[in-house]
Write a protein that binds this ligand. Structure first.
Ligand code: GSH
Length: 214
């Protein structure tokens, strides 16, 4: 049985949960936070980061490594495309979402929402403003040029869409949406991916967790 460690409010955990849902795999979920001290998590995540995954005797951390494992171990409804070109494009978008797009979104999210709410961390408004007003817009300008279809790569939902839409869900949790006046194609594209049942399930998990943590 697959076990996923990590709360769904993390965009990286969400990515893994959505992949498992899209592939219709059975799994159990332990919605713990980073640096949890339980042995079964610590032995799966050497740096204490979420997500981590265990599948029988095998354990691995990092969403990219996890999704790569899941897709090869359970090949049904693959989230990485077959052709060399499309597979490379999917990895491009996955990495772009996790790192370049993630930097301003996670900075903004931590400063304005997650830090104050979960870590008693005061907001640095200058840092938050710089992330949302200076760092993020050029990245959205780029995405606007590629968000012409329902999917970014290969005419079906791949890890590219899952990683990008997952990161935008974190931005939404911090109270910001993609401005449809400035980035209309991107806004429409993100709404389409987030309308999938796999994303709706994660949104419900987030809602329940936020309700439970007041
Ligand atoms: N590249 C990693 C990033 C994971 C990550 O940074 N997770 C955050 C939560 S969103 C975390 O555990 N942070 C704790 C830390 O950095 O010590 C992945 O894709 O899984």
């Amino acid at each position: 049985m697959i076990t996923v460690y990590g709360a769904s409010v993390s965009p990286f955990v969400r990515k893994v949960l959505v992949v498992l849902e899209e592939k219709k795999l059975a799994y159990s979920h332990m919605p713990l936070g980073p640096h949890d001290q339980r042995d079964e998590f610590k032995s799966a995540s050497p740096l204490g980061k979420i997500p981590a995954l265990r599948d029988g005797d095998f354990a691995i951390a990092d969403s990219m490594a996890i999704v790569s494992y899941i897709d090869r171990r359970y090949p049904q409804s693959p989230v990485y495309p077959e052709s060399a070109e499309d597979a490379a494009r999917a990895v491009w978008f996955e990495k772009f979402a996790d790192t370049e797009l993630g930097k301003p979104i996670l900075t903004y999210g931590f400063q304005t929402f997650f830090g104050p709410r979960f870590f008693n961390h005061p907001t640095d408004q200058a840092l938050a403003d710089n992330a949302i007003k200076v760092e993020l817009p050029p990245l959205l300008d780029y995405l606007e040029t590629v968000a012409n279809e329902p999917f970014l790569v290969a005419s079906r939902c791949t890890v590219a869409d899952i990683a990008v839409a997952s990161m935008f869900m974190t931005l939404q949790m911090a109270g910001q949406t993609v401005d449809a006046g400035r980035w209309p194609k991107l806004q429409h594209y993100v709404a389409g991916i987030q309308g999938r049942p796999s994303f709706k399930l994660c949104a419900e998990l987030d809602r329940k967790m936020l309700a439970a943590t007041g």
